[in-house]
Design a protein around this ligand. Structure first.
Ligand SMILES: Nc1ncnc2c1ncn2[C@@H]1O[C@H](COP(=O)(O)OP(=O)(O)OP(=O)(O)O)[C@@H](O)[C@H]1O
Ligand SMILES: [Mg+2]
Length: 308
């Protein structure tokens, strides 16, 4: 068996709301897998089911072959979890939080103490290990939660938005660390940062309304939009007038305006010349072809409207 995670047609209903809708997935061992999707897509619900915090309404899922329905204890012993909301024990110091976790996993002091030293060093909290998490900044708490998930050397690590609220330095430190774990474990993460998914994940699924929309590597997902000829045009002035002109051109399939900057999607490459003919070149400050980004793919698939 080379699948670390198998999800078999999992559905989760909250009353009438279908948060996860007959979702199936296999994640191979050693993968860094990224689950993306707008607010409310069902990502956290799926992670809660995989980590046995919640039972599915229908279907089953397996972590390293253990069923989340019937072998929850075995599942919990081999996974590490970073939940979306920090859930540190505020009456225990940073180090005690890690020790409690180690003991709950049956580790002995000789085993866990050096491991905890190493993790505290890694997250830059060695000198603060005697402090209570309440007086930590949000980012420090987040780093401690990530460290806690790793104390018992899990085989599968679930990270629900691991770097939300972290400063750029800490994000990169967490990325580097996640990357270095790749050989040893399977990592299942959710994120709203497209650059994070791009940098880390060997495979990405974008989900919405409980269902998977696309599945592939970052390059494969971008390739889906490679047919879109997207140009960025910036005018020196008169943007209102140009907006009118652009609106009337039949080969401009869509446009987005930010100040004097327009993002135009043209029907094909041949449209560039007629575009230039229509707007003239005098007032153009900049024009460039835009390679589709993962964010473009995300917006294209999940729409522009803000979710509740
Ligand atoms: N305990 C609950 N009771 C009722 N509805 C819930 C519950 N938890 C989640 N939901 C609903 O289920 C849907 C999916 O929520 P979920 O938290 O899984 O989304 P998400 O993809 O993690 O979103 P976000 O990116 O905002 O974290 C949402 O519509 C949410 O309101
Ligand atoms: Mg969530």
């Amino acid at each position: 068996m080379s699948s670390a995670i198998t999800i078999q047609s999992v559905t989760k209903l909250y009353g009438k709301l279908k948060a996860v809708d007959a979702f199936s997935l296999e994640v191979g061992r050693g993968t860094i897998f990224g689950l993306l999707g707008p607010n409310g897509a069902g990502k956290t619900t799926l992670i809660k089911i995989l980590t046995t915090l919640m039972r599915p309404t229908a279907g089953d899922a397996f972590v390293e072959g253990y069923s989340v329905l019937s072998e929850g204890k075995a599942v919990r012993s081999i996974i590490g979890v970073v939940p979306q909301q920090n859930n540190l024990d505020r009456y225990l110091t940073a180090r005690e939080n890690l020790i409690l976790h180690a003991r709950m996993h049956g580790m002995r002091p000789a085993e866990y103490n050096p491991r905890i030293d190493e993790l505290l060093e890694l997250i830059g909290l060695s000198s603060r290990q005697g402090d209570f998490p309440d007086i930590f900044s949000g980012g420090m708490q987040r780093r401690l939660v990530v460290a806690r998930a790793l104390v018992h050397d899990p085989r599968v690590l679930f990270l629900d938005e691991p770097t939300t609220g972290l400063d750029p330095q800490s994000r990169r430190a967490v990325w580097d660390y996640i990357h270095s774990l790749k050989e040893k474990m399977t990592i299942f993460l959710t994120t709203h940062y497209m650059d994070e998914a791009d940098a880390l994940c060997g495979r990405i699924v974008i989900m919405d309304q409980g269902r998977a929309l696309v599945d592939g590597t970052s390059a494969e997902l971008k390739e889906r939009l490679a047919h879109a000829h997207v140009y960025e045009v910036e005018f020196k002035a008169d943007a209102d007038r140009y907006e009118e002109v652009l609106r009337r051109l039949s080969f401009v399939k869509s446009m987005e305006r930010t100040g004097n900057n327009f993002r135009l999607s043209l029907s094909d490459e041949e449209s560039l010349k007629p575009l230039m003919d229509s707007i003239g070149s005098a007032d153009i400050k900049k024009i460039c072809l835009r390679e589709p980004s993962l964010e473009d793919v995300f917006i294209e698939l999940t729409g522009k409207k803000v979710r509740e």
